[in-house]
Design a protein around this ligand. Structure first.
Ligand SMILES: [Zn+2]
Ligand SMILES: [Zn+2]
Length: 363
């Protein structure tokens, strides 16, 4: 056994394990016993938790991922390299990294055509989604080409936001946000707020947000959003709201060039379509139940509905946006918990308490 592995064999490997729907436990997890030539041995630093984790906990599944056996949660990690396999050249011991959790095969047709996020193999190796163990444990291994070194001026806390930021970078690339465009982001949770920040960094001239939660919109406003719209679910009408937004953003406004839907809620998807101008694009980032949408309106107005799946080579740009100062994710980190208190962190995230944006768990 390599020295780096030997050194941790008597260590604590506290992990947050989801056994089944509603059953979340802190327990010791087996320590890594081997390190492949292309892998790094990692010591966890911080890990973001998000709606996906809460859904897994409360429902026992998310999309096609079903909890069938106990597995470790956590797919938004930063870590420190404490060992490297014999063929690793991109990293060394002591490097701090952001970890891209899903590992594609790099052999199938999707991988070969450059769309590795669609690789069917990566669904089985998406760490933090069942059945693959995630990063809410102290020690684990990961393929080195899916670990990205954090520059000096990027903290491990910021590093834990890189996964979510990369998803958003991918979304903005998919819908081709560019200079001078008007963008509406539906939903001002962490992903929505990051969408607004990335759209701005990509050159969008105006970015607007909607949400049902006023405190989230207040934060978006403080961070420089050009306009925010509070949704009242009781009185909400998608067409009326689209009209309100169109007139608020300009007297003769034809609508926004791009809407990025981050809630997965049916009425919000409908709003996104109605508020987008003819010839525009709607990016579908939020995932909810299947829903009924005004498809003929989209078709007749040539509004493109664009699916967004995870990450495709977006970590480098996500890190660059942070390190260059183009984008500041620090204000989004509102709460941090030690892994020992991670069940509390999940309770907090689920409660929908005002002022909670991004919650990190640290080791
Ligand atoms: Zn997440
Ligand atoms: Zn593949």
């Amino acid at each position: 056994m390599m020295d780096s592995l030997k050194n941790i064999q008597n260590k604590d490997n506290l992990a947050l394990v989801l056994h089944q729907k509603d059953v979340l436990k802190l327990e010791q997890w087996p320590l890594p016993q081997q390190l492949a030539p292309n892998e790094c041995l990692l010591q966890a630093h911080s890990c973001g938790i998000c709606g996906t984790d809460v859904t897994l906990w409360k429902k026992g599944f998310v999309a096609d991922f079903v909890v069938k056996k106990p597995f470790v949660l956590g797919h938004e990690p930063s870590a420190v390299v404490i060992g490297v396999g014999s063929e690793v050249t991109n990293l060394k011991v002591g490097d701090r990294v952001a970890v891209e959790p899903a590992l594609p095969c790099l052999k199938c047709q999707f991988c070969r055509s450059g769309r590795y996020n669609l690789c069917p193999v990566s669904n089985l190796h998406s760490h933090g989604l069942p059945p693959a163990d995630g990063c809410l444990r102290r020690y684990y291994t990961h393929r080195s080409d899916f670990c990205y070194k954090l520059p000096e001026n990027v903290s491990c806390e910021e590093g834990a936001l890189v996964e979510a930021l990369a998803v958003v970078v991918h979304a903005c690339r998919r819908v081709r946000v560019g200079i001078g465009q008007n963008v509406l982001v539906c939903g001002a949770g962490p992903v929505g707020i990051m969408c607004f920040l990335v759209a701005k960094a990509f050159g969008a001239s105006k970015v607007y947000l909607t949400d049902i939660n006023e405190s989230r919109l207040k934060m978006a406003k403080q961070l420089g959003a050009d306009g925010v719209f509070v949704i009242n679910p009781k009185t909400f009408n998608d067409k009326e709201m689209a009209k309100t937004i169109r007139s608020a953003i300009g007297a003769n406004s034809l609508g926004v060039d791009i809407a990025i839907e981050c809630t997965g809620v049916e009425s919000s998807v409908c709003l996104a379509i109605h508020v987008t101008k003819s010839g525009g694009k709607v990016g579908i980032v939020g995932l909810g139940a299947d829903c009924k949408i005004p498809l003929s309106s989209a078709a007749m107005r040539e509004v493109d509905l664009i699916g967004v799946c995870r990450i495709k080579d977006d970590y480098e740009l996500a890190i660059q946006l942070i390190t260059s100062g183009k984008l500041n994710v620090k204000p989004l980190i509102t709460h941090t918990f030690n892994i020992k208190d991670s069940v509390k962190a999940f309770d907090l995230l689920k409660s929908g308490t005002e002022g909670v944006v991004k919650v990190l768990i640290q080791h």
